[in-house]
Ligand binder design. Structure first.
Ligand SMILES: Cc1cc2nc3c(=O)[nH]c(=O)nc-3n(C[C@H](O)[C@H](O)[C@H](O)COP(=O)(O)OP(=O)(O)OC[C@H]3O[C@@H](n4cnc5c(N)ncnc54)[C@H](O)[C@@H]3O)c2cc1C
Length: 492
């Protein structure tokens, strides 16, 4: 087993291809081909074996193929394969086995853990098949599908997937990390609704993984599988019977921020599970795309989604309306397929850096800490927003995939996001660290890995799991990927 990502990957320097001497014994009697010749031969074979595009840095297609939504990451793989189907994935993984390359996987690049430099990158965007079965209330999704098309297709049948706040996030990557969306307190995590996963493991075999067939791998993937155990080529999920919801945002001036946070904690203490909500401190950027009345201004926002009867949702929101008239009241009935309007996350690629913490309570000190680190203090704010999502309800169930048992202790989940300044690349990271340090006395030990990127996601992987879960997860990793071929995702 190779510990460090990339330690077993042959880089492909200009002068040629290196055999991986750490994990493969090459008997002395075997004539090792000239390095560059061997690499070229393998690349030629790869191109004949896969139907999808194959790009190296020598080709014009390379930049588009390797691009991540989060522009803070600049992946420099030795070769990018854009598979069309599971057979392409098999051929590519076997190529990696023969050449000793590590394997990175990317659907959209919303949750990059490590740049797959000098490796094989499987960019799954072309595996975009969506099949909804309205009778069985299930959907089969290709590896590269984002939630948008699934939401639209399911809505036609009065159904919904447990998508997250942004429809352009990849369904598989999101689900492998748990997947906490606007129906979470009523219906649980997206990972809870997985019926089957089709996976290509490091040995280049396709496995159908369910609770009955390969239950350990099924358990491990749903929480511990982002980039770390194999390539999920398709996912079969249950859809829930949700069509219309009562959802949106209430914007208040930041002068009321302390009071809003206090009232929010009181409010959610006994709301029904049909309401999943958040309180947010938002600094709208001064960009032209942002509508004029909110451009460059800061607000405290109560947002959420009620999936019970519409009139009951309205009555619940009256708690706020009867307190103070919001500056903007954008709560109302909407088709669930349009739930992107709740968070209005950016669609176009941006550079972003994030941090998260799990809390068992809010309280005035936590509120002051979040507000103090998020609102502008005499200059441009360091962060775009800090959001506190309400947990509990169906999220607190413990009998499911890896890492989710610990969610039982998480009443609130923070998620802070900033845009790094290229002129001062360390400043944002320092600011996020200070915020985390200030929250330290209040946090539970659990890390929700979907709300982490890059080195933080890798360094804090262990924090997502209880000690017994970690042992179990490590046993699965050792069994299915003993050479750590999948070394650019979670660090197992
Ligand atoms: C704007 C925005 C909104 C978000 N909203 C939410 C939210 O509401 N709730 C929530 O829980 N999370 C949310 N997230 C976090 C998001 O779920 C994670 O970043 C997730 O990892 C993104 O998955 P992806 O496939 O789109 O990204 P990618 O960067 O392509 O992949 C993320 C990880 O999954 C792995 N992976 C992707 N596809 C496969 C595959 N087929 N097989 C194996 N591994 C694979 C990758 O290797 C990588 O490690 C949000 C993120 C952003 C940027």
């Amino acid at each position: 087993m190779v510990d460090e990502c990339g330690a077993n990957a042959a880089s492909i320097p200009a002068e040629g291809f290196r055999w991986n001497i750490k994990t493969r014994e090459v008997p002395m009697s075997v004539a090792v081909p000239a390095p560059r010749t061997a690499w070229n031969a393998e690349l030629t074979r790869l191109r004949t074996e896969v139907a999808g595009p194959v790009s190296t840095s020598a080709e014009d297609t390379y930049d588009g193929a390797r691009a991540s939504w989060n522009r803070a990451f600049d992946l420099r793989p030795a070769v990018v394969v854009e598979p069309l189907d599971a057979e392409d994935v098999v051929a590519a993984v076997r190529f990696a086995g023969r050449t000793g390359l590590g394997v990175g996987i990317q659907a959209t690049g919303h949750g990059v853990a490590a740049a797959a430099d000098d490796a094989l990158l499987l960019a799954t965007r072309r595996m975009d098949d969506v099949q909804v079965d309205p009778v069985a209330r299930t959907a089969r999704l290709g590896a590269g599908v984002s939630w948008g098309p699934v939401l639209a297709e399911a809505q036609l049948h009065g159904l919904a997937p447990l998508a997250g706040s942004a429809p352009h996030v990849g369904a598989v990557g999101y689900t492998l990390g748990g997947g906490m969306g606007w129906l979470a307190r009523r219906h649980g995590l997206s990972a809870d609704k997985v019926h089957a996963l089709e996976v290509v493991t490091a040995d280049g075999e396709i496995r159908r993984v369910t609770a009955d067939d390969d239950p350990e791998l099924f358990w491990a993937l749903r929480g511990g599988g982002a980039g770390s155990l194999g390539v999920v080529t398709a996912m079969e999920i249950e859809l829930v019977p949700v069509s219309d919801v009562y959802a949106g945002n209430l914007l208040y001036p930041t002068e009321l921020a302390d009071e809003v946070f206090g009232r929010y904690e009181t409010w959610v203490a006994d709301v029904p599970d049909e309401l999943t909500s958040a309180v947010v401190v938002m600094n709208f950027p001064p960009f032209e795309e942002v509508p004029e009345p909110i451009r460059g201004r800061s607000f405290v926002i109560v947002r959420g989604c009620w999936c019970g009867p519409s009139e009951e949702g309205g009555a619940l929101i009256d708690y706020w309306r009867s307190w103070r008239e919001p500056l903007l009241d954008a709560f109302g009935p909407m088709p669930f397929a349009e739930m992107a309007a709740i968070s209005q996350d950016p669609v176009d690629p941006v550079p972003a850096q994030v941090c998260t913490d799990s809390l068992s309570a809010l309280g005035p000190e936590v509120a002051r800490t979040i507000l103090g680190h998020t609102l502008p203090a005499g200059g441009p704010p360091e962060l775009i927003f800090s959001e506190v999502r309400h947990g509990g309800g169906a999220l607190a169930r413990a009998d499911r995939g890896a890492g989710h048992a610990a969610l039982g202790d998480v009443t609130f989940l923070t998620h802070s996001v900033g845009i790094p300044d290229p002129a001062a690349p360390d400043r944002l990271g320092t600011h996020l660290r200070k915020l985390r340090d200030a929250l330290a006395p209040h946090r539970t030990r659990h890390a929700y890995l979907n709300f982490l990127d890059g080195e933080d996601r890798r360094a804090r992987t262990r924090e997502a799991f209880t000690a017994p879960e970690w042992e179990r997860l490590r046993a699965v990793k050792t069994a299915v990927d003993p050479e750590n071929r999948f070394c650019f995702g979670l660090v197992l």
